[in-house]
Design a protein around this ligand. Structure first.
Ligand SMILES: C[S@@+](CC[C@H](N)C(=O)[O-])C[C@H]1O[C@@H](n2cnc3c(N)ncnc32)[C@H](O)[C@@H]1O
Length: 209
């Protein structure tokens, strides 16, 4: 039964679909592990193909500082960051509370005590990120996606970078142009953007200030 604020998609605080927990065998940071996932979160049965492309493309993360997985889901990206950089603090951020519960449990299961699962508003405003890795929620629609990126990317440290994976069919190229645009009407973020990979229908963009 639907609760009033429940919704059938995964990018909502309380997804309507059944919270049936399951164990899934995956590879995280080169380790064969079992994680907990559930209906109502993104890609609950495997590491999403776009996420795989991102994780194969990124170099190792900075060893220290604050690192961000923007839109963490059950955690493949944030867990990779946390296990690869045990001395860094990894923020795994999502609006979906089931996803936050899962990433928290998965971090405990894998011994990633440096991962902090948080709703967006729980991350202190003065935190600056040495890197952001994200398979962003393009399905929330262009205006909401632009607002999300306009909110978080300016919080990169001066020498930080962001790595975003976006489907070619889901607007990777227009997004790249928007991120880079410094049009006087403010339509764009005026950031430096490089397409660093194109594979399996996905682009990986590296963004710097
Ligand atoms: C494409 S999924 C990627 C999930 C996970 N990183 C993975 O690779 O499996 C995008 C995630 O962004 C989350 N999301 C949607 N809107 C958000 C927002 N405003 N702030 C943070 N996360 C959001 C969704 O709930 C979803 O978990």
């Amino acid at each position: 039964m639907h609760t009033p604020d429940a919704s059938d998609h995964y990018f909502t605080a309380r997804p309507a679909s059944a919270d049936e927990r399951r164990s899934v065998a995956v590879q995280i940071a080169g380790r064969d592990v079992t994680v907990e996932t559930a209906g109502g979160v993104f890609s609950p049965d495997h590491v999403d193909l776009g996420t795989q492309v991102l994780l194969r493309t990124v170099p190792g993360p900075p060893a220290t500082g604050d690192l961000l997985d923007l839109g963490c889901g059950w955690g493949p990206v944030g867990l990779t960051l946390a296990l690869s950089a045990p001395d860094a603090r990894v923020w795994a951020v999502d609006v979906n509370e089931r996803a936050l519960d899962l990433v928290r449990r998965n971090a405990a299961r894998l011994g990633a005590s440096n991962l902090v699962a948080a709703r967006p508003e729980e991350v202190p405003a003065d935190v600056r990120f040495a890197t952001v890795w994200s398979n962003p929620p393009v399905r929330i629609g262009k205006p909401a996606l632009h607002a999300l990126l306009a909110d978080w990317l300016p919080r990169l440290a001066p020498d930080g970078d962001a790595w975003l994976v976006v489907g070619k069919n889901l607007g990777a190229d227009p997004l790249q142009r928007w991120l880079a645009s410094d049009a006087p009407d403010g339509a764009g973020l005026g950031l430096s953007v490089e397409r660093v990979a194109s594979a399996k229908g996905f682009r990986v963009l590296r963004v710097r200030r």
